[in-house]
Ligand binder design. Structure first.
Ligand SMILES: Cc1ncc(COP(=O)(O)O)c(C=O)c1O
Length: 482
């Protein structure tokens, strides 16, 4: 065939020349840049816009690369939040961008629906290589949807209703996952949740055994490190929970939506513990490098056969977008990048350095109670100071609102030091760090130096952290219902 002749398949399907002009995306963004918060306020969530303005997080961020982003004035920030843990490989990774461009150039059939596509199979194969004791993959489009699938699978496999979860747990905010939420402020106001959901204290094997004995149970769903507060499950707890679940015929489900994909210094956090083989592993967030919604349940053949139990039921659980070509490409590219850049090992190494540097401060500062975590998932907990002057301020602020102190801490980190962090839950004195796994020694020094300066200032009263806390308090009192 001559070079200029189109292939038969192409000539049969060649589209007419496009008459629609390209979307002028760059011009559009240029023209409207800076309207972010005003648009959020007017069209989506005015109260969240108000929160952002109050805490000074209403900046116009125009560009991001790796662990950094820049505002409209060219100031560089470091991201210790990674989009709630979805940018383990960092933002706008050139290999990921190229993979996306290559995928689009392929004119892939995407989702035939009644037909099989190649890319989901390839990513499923890759995921199962990481978790060799499991047999099947079910693709979803988010963390919560992954949890919902695990709930359905557990119930179908066991023909039991009860699902046990932990106090402080966070598994998402749709009805099934919300029923497993360990924080009342998320649950309140949404009427009845899933019947059979029961909470036990995190780390308490006796309570778990009582709950399993009380009534036949479909599943125990657990985060190996709780995201709200960064509480690390001990090896003994994880192994004990697995053993109890086996004995009582319940699925042992580990939610690795945040801890997975290298975050803790292993591909999955459960892999730190020899002998641990959960019945289901739930993955999302960084599986697609943060680009495209994605999620996956990794589970056993025995459960597969109970759920998809006949030809008629071969698609009894599914979702239109699940296993989409772009998401699958991003999943494959994420593994490629993690492996080539040794980012999982790097998370272990950099995490150790970060934890060591922060732990050294605990002895020196009375407001610092504990630093804990695994790999690059780190929690910094403040505690009641001993000295009288500080203690009075602490009590005053906490009596009014237990969230304010940590909130007042993350504001100067952002304002004065260009560091994005978050408070690790409602009404806690804990800051959580989940940066991209690419952070360097300089980044760690940037964070720890800044953190120490703010901590030092917090030990002075009157001082900037306390005045920010008081300002926040005044704002909350004045504007709670507006
Ligand atoms: C452990 C865990 N599970 C589930 C979810 C829910 O994920 P999504 O927000 O994608 O629904 C989250 C989100 O933060 C999470 O941390």
């Amino acid at each position: 065939m001559s070079a200029s002749a189109p292939s038969p398949a192409r000539s049969e399907t060649a589209p007419p020349p496009p008459s629609t002009p390209p979307l002028p995306l760059a011009e559009l963004i240029d023209e409207r840049q800076g309207e972010q918060v005003e648009l959020l306020e007017r069209t989506m969530n005015p109260r969240f816009a108000k929160v952002l303005r109050t805490i000074g997080f209403d900046r116009t961020i125009v560009r991001a690369e790796g662990a950094y982003f820049w505002d409209a004035r060219g100031r560089r920030y470091i991201d210790m939040l990674a989009g709630y843990g979805m940018f383990n490989i960092g933002r706008n990774h050139p290999v990921m961008k190229q993979a996306i461009a290559d995928y689009l150039a392929l004119d892939d059939p995407v989702k035939l629906q009644l037909g099989a596509c190649l890319l989901p199979g390839l990513l499923a194969e890759k995921l199962l290589e990481q978790v060799p004791h499991l047999d099947k993959v079910f693709f979803t489009n988010s963390g919560t949807e992954t949890v919902e699938a695990a709930l359905k699978f557990s119930r179908a496999a066991t023909r039991r209703e009860r699902v046990i979860h932990c106090h402080r747990a966070f598994h998402g905010l749709t009805y099934g996952s919300l029923s497993l939420n360990g924080c009342n402020s998320f649950r309140e106001g949404f009427m009845s949740l899933l019947p059979g959901a029961v909470a036990v204290p995190f780390g308490d094997l006796e309570a778990l055994e009582r709950a399993l004995t009380e009534e036949k149970t479909a599943a125990f769903v657990l985060e190996p490190i709780q995201g709200k507060g960064v509480y690390v499950a001990s090896d003994a707890y994880l192994l004990g929970a697995q053993e109890l679940c086996r004995r009582h015929g319940a699925q042992f489900v580990l939610d690795e939506v945040q801890t997975g994909m290298g975050r803790t210094g292993r591909m999955f956090a459960y892999q730190h513990v020899p002998g641990l083989e959960p019945d289901m592993v739930l993955v999302s967030k960084s599986l697609s490098g943060g680009y495209v919604p994605v999620g996956a349940v990794l589970y056993r053949d025995a459960v597969y056969h109970k759920v998809f139990s006949s030809l008629d039921r071969s698609v009894v659980h599914s979702s239109t977008f699940g296993g989409g070509g772009l998401a699958m490409t991003c999943g494959l590219a994420t593994f490629h990048i993690l492996e080539h850049e040794r980012l999982v090992e790097r998370a272990a190494e950099q995490g150790r350095k970060l934890l060591e540097a922060l732990s050294a401060l605990v002895q020196r500062y009375e407001l610092l109670q504990e630093v804990r975590g695994r790999g690059l998932m780190v929690g910094i907990e403040f505690g009641k100071p001993r000295s009288l002057g500080l203690r009075a301020q602490w009590h005053m602020i906490h009596a009014a609102d237990p969230s304010l102190f940590a909130q007042a801490f993350i504001m100067p980190l952002m304002d004065e030091h260009g560091i994005l962090t978050q408070v690790a839950g409602h009404q806690v004195d804990i800051i959580k760090l989940i940066p991209p796994l690419t952070i360097t020694d300089d980044d760690i020094a940037w964070f720890t130096g800044a953190f120490e300066q703010v901590l030092d200032a917090a030990h002075r009263f009157p001082g900037p952290v306390w005045s920010v806390a008081r300002k926040l308090l005044a704002f909350r009192r004045g504007k709670q219902h507006t």
